[in-house]
Design a binder for this molecule. Structure first.
Ligand code: DLL
Length: 426
């Protein structure tokens, strides 16, 4: 769709949504009244900045169903976020919302070349988490034979890969590496499987990790982004160019703001991602602050899609560690380690406070081939990792090499940080 037409569609959809929300959701009516704002004040998408923001805390304060814009008898599905950092947030879908979710997920899979002749293996967790059911819905919407494998039991996953011959897979990027490792350990060449591509998301992952997955599984690895509060997976997706994620802008309006001033930042500048749902029925949120850090990319994509591209999300504002005053993201460590010989792609960061000083220890796993009793070799690897981390982070970290397969493997979202200063892990 040409951009001018898209902007017109967004304006129509936003105005209708604002009117409906004002009538149906007391929380938003109150917020509008406080701001002295009437639905008629929103005349086009350019007026979006007049609208109030919505925060995760607003969902928690209205737990479980207080922000729903339809009566419960129109709701046909409930999901919830994992709730590792507080009370879980609950989201709902009407029948039309499920159709919309199926459509945006079908676009995601289609952009990776999936057609109804393909067989889909869904290894995101099924349950309150949106990954499994969302992937399933997309695969069925395309018309694929869909395998609801869910996550875990790696041996069983590999048997399914060998026997049912799925041609595409959906799982977290960290679990994809666990599968690759299992194949290698059991002498199963990736070429003997039928996989062509995979859709990996639910957590940040680097270009280096993409290279590793593509090479070890012999597939194209596409990024897929989403969050429960907006719809689940399928908010933004990669095309064959693998250069930024196209946002489904006809349904979800994206803004990038400065989290301090709350003002929009120009394209090409990083900031906090904010979404407004323009078509959802059960839980349409206005200007939802995701706490994800992202950037709108400039220019058109060579695939021909007109939807704006979101640069690969690098993390969350609340994942950012401040160590001795320096901002550190787990993805920075990931990009260092993925490029190194003898190092397996699994690591853990431990942050402690010694006296008044923050201390970062990085546990780094050796590959089977690099594992040795030779002290000099181990010292040389440690030195090399330490120097590389220092050059990327600008602060020093203590590097501890650990034995192959000693770092915990994750079947869902990986937990790479233990912050003993706050006693939380994520
Ligand atoms: O993780 C939905 C999803 C499932 C997306 C499967 C992709 C694939 P939540 O559990 O609500 O929903 O977590 C949402 O996960 O705000 C981001 O911080 C992070 N996230 C999701 N996808 C990506 C990605 C699902 N591709 C939160 N890159 C979001 C980076 C991601 N972070």
């Amino acid at each position: 769709m040409p951009r001018e037409e898209l902007i017109k569609l967004q304006s129509e959809r936003l105005c209708a949504m604002v009117k409906r929300i004002y009538e149906k959701v007391p929380f938003y009516k109150e917020k509008f009244d406080e701001l002295g704002l009437k639905p008629e004040d929103i005349r086009s998408i350019d007026d979006i900045a007049k609208l109030p923001f919505t925060n995760k805390q607003d969902l928690r304060d209205n737990y479980p169903f207080g922000l729903f814009a339809v009566p419960m008898d129109e709701v046909v599905r409930i999901h919830a976020s994992s709730g590792t950092t507080g009370k879980q947030t609950v989201v709902g879908y009407t029948r039309n919302d499920l159709a919309l979710w199926g459509e945006v997920m079908a676009r995601t899979l289609g952009a990776g070349g999936v057609t109804s002749s393909d067989i889909g293996h869904i290894s995101y967790g099924y349950g309150l988490f949106t990954g499994g059911m969302g992937g399933n819905l997309g695969s069925e919407t395309v018309g694929c034979a869909t395998i609801p494998a869910s996550t875990g039991n790696t041996r069983r996953q590999v048997t399914i890969l060998q026997d049912f011959k799925p041609t595409f897979i959906l799982m977290t990027p960290s679990y994809a590496l666990t599968i690759a490792e299992y194949l290698e350990q059991n002498g199963i060449p990736a070429e003997t499987l039928s996989l062509k591509c995979g859709f990996f998301g639910a957590e940040p992952w680097t270009e280096e990790m993409r290279g590793e997955i593509q090479q070890r599984l012999g597939i194209k690895a596409y990024d897929i982004y989403g969050l429960s509060e907006v719809i689940g997976p399928g908010v933004a997706y990669e095309c064959e160019c693998q250069n930024g994620l196209h946002v489904n802008e006809d349904h979800f309006y994206i803004e990038i703001i400065d989290p301090e001033t709350l003002q929009p930042v120009p394209d090409g500048t990083e900031g906090e991602i904010v979404f407004t749902c323009m078509t959802k029925e059960a839980l349409p949120l206005l200007r939802y602050r995701t706490h994800d850090i992202g950037m709108r990319m400039q220019g058109a994509c060579s695939c021909g899609r007109t939807f704006v591209r979101l640069a690969k999300p690098s993390g969350r504002t609340d994942d950012m560690l401040i160590i001795r005053g320096v901002n550190v993201f787990p993805s920075q460590i990931e990009s260092v380690l993925m490029n190194m010989e003898g190092i397996a792609p699994f690591f853990q960061m431990i942050v402690e406070r010694e006296g008044n000083l923050d201390k970062l220890t990085v546990l780094v796993e050796l590959t089977e081939e690099a594992f040795t009793d030779e002290v000099r070799k181990l010292e040389s690897i440690t030195k090399c990792v330490t120097e590389n981390i220092h050059s990327v982070l600008g602060i020093s970290a203590k590097v501890k090499l650990v034995e192959p397969r000693s770092i915990e493997r994750f079947e869902g979202k990986a937990k790479r940080v233990i912050d003993k200063r706050k006693q939380i892990s994520f």
